[in-house]
Design a binder for this molecule. Sequence first.
Ligand code: FES
Length: 424
Amino acid sequence: MTATATNGNGKAHGSKWHDRYPHLDRGPVRAEVFTSEEQFELEREHIFKKVWLNVGRVEQLPNPGDYFVKDIDMCQTSILVVRGKDGQINAFHNMCSHRGNKIAWDNQGRCQMFTCKFHGWSYGLDGSLRHVPDEENFFDLKKNTLGMTPVACDIWQGFIFIHVDPNPQESLPEYLGELGTSLDGYPFDTISATCASWTTEVKANWKAVKDAFQEIYHVGFLHRRSAPDSFTSKENPYSHALDFRLFARHGSASVFGNQYLTPSPVATQAFKHSSFLIRKNFDMDALPAGVNPLRHEEWTLDLNVIFPCFFVDVSEGSYFTHNFWPIAVDRTIWHSTQYFPKAKTAGQRFAQEYGHVLFRDIILEDGRTLEETQTMLSSGAKKEFHLQDEEILVRHSHDVVNKMINGQSVSIDVTTNGKEAAHA
Ligand code: FES
């Protein structure tokens, strides 16, 4: 374990978490990783085409024939996700076998069959080619080999994932590893009854956008108006995390919540019925063992970063997600969704609406920094950036990116309180 340095006051320099994960260096991050076209292309080939990617939730496809389309620029394809007549959800490249047209043009819908609008070739919900107009005029057409091209598709906790390799080296459970199993028992199905989503295009590199959501250092400053003292206290002025857990590619943090906060009058009314993020007396028994695993009383949520671009941040009674989809080295589609269980009373409905508005205000503040940051990254005025101990998820994420684009192993040995543990 690395020795802990001290500053002039005899206080420990930030090394608590980096001591736990000594494979990580403590040096600066190169600014070029946010602006380099070459780096972006390496990320496309060595990361996004090699991992499982979340594209939606099962609630989007309640009935056979329901479908949605997810364009994934980083994989240079459009994916058609559809629930078949057998109830199974499958995913295909959204591409006609005749001359390549996109089969589905709408973002979502319901149908019995997909018909290409170019020359009318038709496909079943299972992707098979069913009908070719003027078929007799083709030459030895083998229709049974000309279905839509499948991609790997699997579901974890109601979240639909795809992998553009139809035969990925890792299954989805293997890819999610210990972070995935830590959320076993969380009631995603009931909490996903109500949701509100926001989508925007941000003129910033996907890692700069993602990094803004995987550290808590900023909240006492950037969110001082929307959530004053919610994540800070006199004893914890910089919102130090309660715990960090790093996995081979993913990461997690248990976030501090000020249990002695005096809410605003309207928040006080809302919190009588339900809450979003800040509440006293969480029902810890309602949480699976992997959520707030330390059972810390000053806890408010677990921030879960599923590499490369999916966040599932869970609290008791609500959760929210972020998806960050790169579309260029300096442009990213940011999609956030907040989930609540079905409200049983008008008071709960009011509280959820308050939570939606609060979440909207918080993420608008987050969004304000992103393009300003990218503009200055593009200036080249600074060549590197400095991360502190509480920004360990940012450092870990950049370490994984670097290893993957350089073809290195991402498995890590973790030293936790002197006990060796291998995280999947
Ligand atoms: Fe689809 Fe011709 S491209 S039918």
